[in-house]
Ligand binder design. Structure first.
Ligand SMILES: NC(=O)c1ccc[n+]([C@@H]2O[C@H](COP(=O)([O-])OP(=O)(O)OC[C@H]3O[C@@H](n4cnc5c(N)ncnc54)[C@H](O)[C@@H]3O)[C@@H](O)[C@H]2O)c1
Ligand SMILES: [Zn+2]
Length: 396
């Protein structure tokens, strides 16, 4: 006679409401700009804030720290700073070790922030990812307000719901999904960006246009000269549309925390993340996405999906904006004669879980998900890109 098991089960689906707010503005810390004070007044119940500033930004804007202090100083301002803004090293090094996050936790503890307090971060996407992770994990989540200062941060990374740091040589291995309390996109931070950083946001705009919005792609083509010059109003419009498409995906796409196996907006990113890693992060995220996007557009074409004339349009737009379409690390081999780049496919799958799902292109404005990549064809595409860029393929 078998044993009888009595199991009592409680099961229910439940939803949690999040609000996502992105403000596009200028001179956000100017005493004349009411947008920040209004946000705090509207949400009312917090009273303290800690501000963290990327040292690259503090260096480029020597008055910024004083401006922030002045902005929070008036008796009538709804929130107090718990200490002067902390200026900390920005860039990928903020994400490459757990120490920075630990130090922030220490500061959050020391200054007595609670879940209704605010942790403000002003800086590049890397610093925001790390501060966002510290905010998501201190007291299991305190309010985080982001001020992305790069075009890439304002177009994509800074306005999303992902935080994290790198570990075990892998991008964003440790992290959390935690929607920011608010995001302020301020184009007054752009003038100090060197040209490659200034155009980096455009690569995310091209990415999302390619998979979602052919009309947006045409606009980028039409405005290419102004974009290449870094014309601010034209750039602002491109960054706004890019942010809007990401925002819509997060808030209406049905999977903001990426519980499925797909990451539809990460076209070109499997290779990009791997190239950042194998270059020891000397290839920036923006440059890496340009390379990854070119490769996947090539592969889409050579595997019979993307028409050749559409591929030409993609390559031409990237070239006019001065993005490199090939890097020798793409075809580097390891001791076993394998291409580390191609390990990026499996690492991308592992990071997401489930079935390999890569977004490719059927046409401009139309992404398509595939679950199998032909490695030999991918290698051929790399070699073709190398030859096209004038790099000899004789060694292979
Ligand atoms: N969370 C996400 O969803 C997501 C998405 C895409 C990318 N990312 C991450 O974002 C990071 C890249 O961010 P990024 O492109 O903003 O670069 P970054 O944060 O690496 O910054 C690059 C450099 O520019 C400096 N800097 C920043 N703003 C400046 C300004 N206005 N003037 C002068 N210097 C300035 C920084 O100090 C840094 O040295 C990567 O770690 C990438 O993985 C995250
Ligand atoms: Zn990206």
């Amino acid at each position: 006679m078998g044993m009888e098991f009595t199991t009592r089960t409680l099961e229910a689906a439940f939803t949690v409401r999040f609000d996502h707010r992105i403000f596009f503005t200028r001179s956000v810390f100017s005493p004349e700009n009411p947008v920040l004070a209004r946000l705090f007044e509207k949400t009312g119940d917090g009273d303290k804030a800690l501000v963290v500033v990327d040292d690259g930004v503090a260096h480029a804007f020597p008055n910024l720290v004083d401006q922030i202090v002045t902005c929070f100083a008036p008796e009538s301002f709804p929130i107090r700073l718990v200490c002067p803004p902390l200026v900390v090293p920005g860039g990928e090094k903020a994400k490459n070790s757990p120490h920075f996050v630990e130090e922030l936790h220490r500061q959050i503890d020391r200054t007595g922030l609670c879940r209704h307090s605010y942790l403000l971060a002003i800086g590049g996407g890397a610093l925001l990812d790390a501060v966002g992770f510290a905010a998501a994990t201190a007291h299991r989540g305190i309010r985080h307000i982001r001020f992305p200062t790069t075009t890439l941060g304002q177009a994509d990374s800074g306005i999303g719901v992902k935080n994290g740091i790198n570990a075990f040589g892998k991008k964003n291995f440790i992290g959390a999904f935690a929607p920011p309390f608010a995001v302020f996109n301020d184009s007054d931070f752009w003038p100090s960006l060197p040209p490659p950083e200034r155009r980096a946001g455009l690569i995310e705009a091209i990415k999302v246009a390619l998979i979602r919005d052919a009309v947006f792609f045409e606009e980028l083509e039409k405005n290419v000269l102004a974009l290449a010059r870094g014309d601010v109003p034209v750039m602002e419009q491109a960054i706004y549309r890019c942010a809007q498409l990401h925002f819509q995906h997060i808030t209406q796409g049905g999977d903001p925390f990426e519980l499925g196996s797909a990451r539809p907006l990460d076209f070109g990113h499997w290779a990009a993340h791997k190239l950042e890693q194998i270059s020891g992060f000397s290839i920036s995220h923006g440059e890496a996405v340009a390379l990854g996007l070119t490769l996947d557009a090539f592969y889409s074409c050579r595997s019979g999906m993307l028409p050749g004339r559409s591929l030409d349009r993609v390559l031409s737009l990237l070239e006019k904006l001065d993005f490199s379409l090939y890097h020798p690390l793409m075809r580097e081999t390891d001791a076993q004669g394998e291409w580390p780049l191609l390990h990026g496919l499996n690492e991308f799958r592992e990071h997401l879980g489930g079935e390999l799902t890569i977004t490719l292109l059927e046409d401009i404005g139309r992404g398509i998900e595939v679950h199998r990549i032909d490695s030999a064809l991918m290698q051929k595409c790399v070699l073709e890109l190398a030859a096209r860029s004038g790099f000899s393929t004789a060694r292979l």
